[in-house]
Design a protein around this ligand. Structure first.
Ligand code: NAD
Length: 381
């Protein structure tokens, strides 16, 4: 079968779903890899680099859709792209099915099999194709780089002939995949890092990375127990009050605040309020990785960077992985080829849509003329 990557059309998107190196793996699985001309340009992969890796480069999106059996993308396909696909063709990309019911319906009507990379079950076996994690890892790292670039001082402490410089104090709110990556990047730059999460089980991970876990003055345990399957659930009002009280104490001391707190299926909780921003020092930086879901900081403007009246920089970019297009494409391309490995048990370039397989079932959102989302819960963890 032929598998091809479309050029992303979303404004500013630099990622591509097949790289020259992932194409080599796809060939080993028996597939003929294709890309649309220019698809990798913004990630640093020229048409010539693809051709050198044995990839067929076709001039336009319509050619790619017509000539391939499996179309791969990063951003969800447009309805216009779906309309060009044929019955039995497969599209693999982010899909956000809960927010894209019309797109889901369009794919169903067209008889297209849609595999959503954002729906890969978060079980151990599927980690290699977990694009949410690979992209969150990049976002966490990049958040620290953006913060450092906007902070007019060192992250590391120094004592030199020119004077003594204290280390920057960095607070990471939310220690999931992105938060842990941010902790790693900030500690490696020499900052003094503090981190908080509602899931107490991450305290050990935070501390093993050289950061300090922020404990609350809360009568109960560190958490109100509100977690579901390893994810956070909304906190009780009392817990939230204790959390905000602690953050109010920390705000005047922190140079950098990176927020990553999310609760599946909901808007991001507001955890860094306007009065906390007001109490921060001039030159401090907030990077809000939850901006796409409304933001953890009350003042965040999605997709914007601005400076408050008291001189605090607030960054609400929503395209952190795309800001590292080469790295993000490399990791996403790997996620895709691992998905293809599971879809190709015979390594013969033929997709087997095994709906008994938890990972394939969980990720498939339309199949055989049906909407197959939401899936039943996975049988194994
Ligand atoms: P996420 O992006 O949904 O949330 C980010 C973090 O915000 C989480 O750690 C969450 O606990 C935290 N949070 C929510 N509300 C908060 C609040 N009020 N204050 C502070 N922090 C708050 O999470 P994620 O990074 O996608 O991962 C979350 C969980 O999923 C983890 O347990 C992780 O180990 C697990 N996971 C498993 C797999 C796998 O097995 N394949 C892959 C990825 C993640």
């Amino acid at each position: 079968m032929k598998i091809g990557a479309l050029k992303e059309t979303f404004d500013g998107e630099a990622r591509v779903a097949i790289t020259p190196s992932s194409a080599a793996h796809l060939k080993k699985l028996g597939y003929d890899p294709y890309v649309e001309s220019g698809a990798g340009a913004r990630a640093g992969f020229s048409d010539a680099a693809y051709q050198a890796a044995g990839v067929t480069v076709v001039p336009g999106a319509a050619d790619l859709i017509r000539d391939t059996d499996i179309v791969v993308k990063v951003r969800p396909p447009s309805e216009a792209e779906i309309a060009q696909m044929r019955r039995g063709q497969t599209v693999i990309s982010y899909f956000y099915p809960s927010q894209n019911s019309e797109l889901l319906e369009a794919a169903r009507e067209q008889g297209v099999t849609a595999i959503a990379m954002d729906m890969v079950p978060r079980i151990s076996r599927a980690q290699k194709m977990d694009a949410l994690s690979s992209m969150a890892n990049i976002a966490g790292y990049r958040a620290v780089i953006e913060a450092a670039n906007n902070f007019g001082r060192f992250f590391t402490g120094q004592v030199t002939a020119a004077g003594k410089v204290p280390p920057a104090k960095v607070l990471i709110v939310g220690a999931g995949v992105a938060g842990l990556a941010a902790i790693g990047a900030a500690t490696s730059l020499g900052a003094q890092v503090y981190a908080f999460d509602v899931r107490p089980e991450v305290a050990e991970q935070i501390e093993s990375m050289g950061a300090e876990f922020v404990y609350l003055d809360f009568a109960e345990a560190q958490t109100d127990g509100a977690t579901t399957g390893g994810y956070a659930a909304p906190s009780s009002p009392e817990f939230r009050e204790a959390q905000l009280k602690k953050f109010r104490e920390l705000a005047p001391e922190m140079d950098i605040v990176i927020t990553t707190a999310l609760i599946p299926g909901r808007d991001a909780p507001i955890l860094w309020t306007a009065d906390m921003v007001e109490s921060m020092k001039t030159g401090s930086v907030i990077v809000d990785l939850a901006a796409e879901r409304g933001g953890n900081c009350e003042l965040t403007v999605p997709d914007e960077r601005f400076v408050t009246d008291n001189g605090v920089v607030i960054i609400g970019y929503t395209d952190f992985p795309s800001r590292m297009g080469a790295q993000a494409s490399e990791l996403y391309g790997n996620n895709i080829r691992h998905m293809m490995t599971d879809l190709t048990p015979g390594k013969d370039g033929q997709v087997v849509q095994n709906m008994e397989d938890d990972v394939i079932r969980g990720s498939t959102v339309t199949f055989d003329g049906d909407v197959t989302w939401p899936p039943p819960p996975p049988k194994v963890a």
